[in-house]
Design a protein. Structure first.
Length: 90
């Protein structure tokens, strides 16, 4: 799925906002050189979840889009290094 990122853990988490418990998803991953990457869903839902399947699916899509942005950053970074090496070798 991702070339530079390896997802190691996806787990739900709970947080209290203004006295109400909410649920979200956290993702732990490893990037190049084994660098830790932690991403939390930007959307959280009050507990209990009304439609658990649909809300969880939306949170996973959010995590995926954040990881896709990180992946693109790594691609551009390594592409830049490759181009820089080519210029120096000429």
């Amino acid at each position: 799925m991702f070339k530079h990122i390896k997802v190691t853990t996806i787990r739900p988490y709970s947080t209290k906002v203004r006295g109400v418990w909410h649920e979200g998803i956290q993702c732990a991953a490893r990037g190049p050189r084994n660098k830790k990457i932690r991403v939390s869903s930007s959307m959280i839902f009050p507990k209990p979840l009304l439609d658990s399947t649909k809300q969880t699916e939306e949170m996973v899509k959010d995590i995926y889009s954040q990881l896709a942005v990180k992946e693109k950053e790594y691609e551009l970074f390594y592409k830049g290094i490759g181009e820089h090496k080519l210029k120096q070798s000429k």
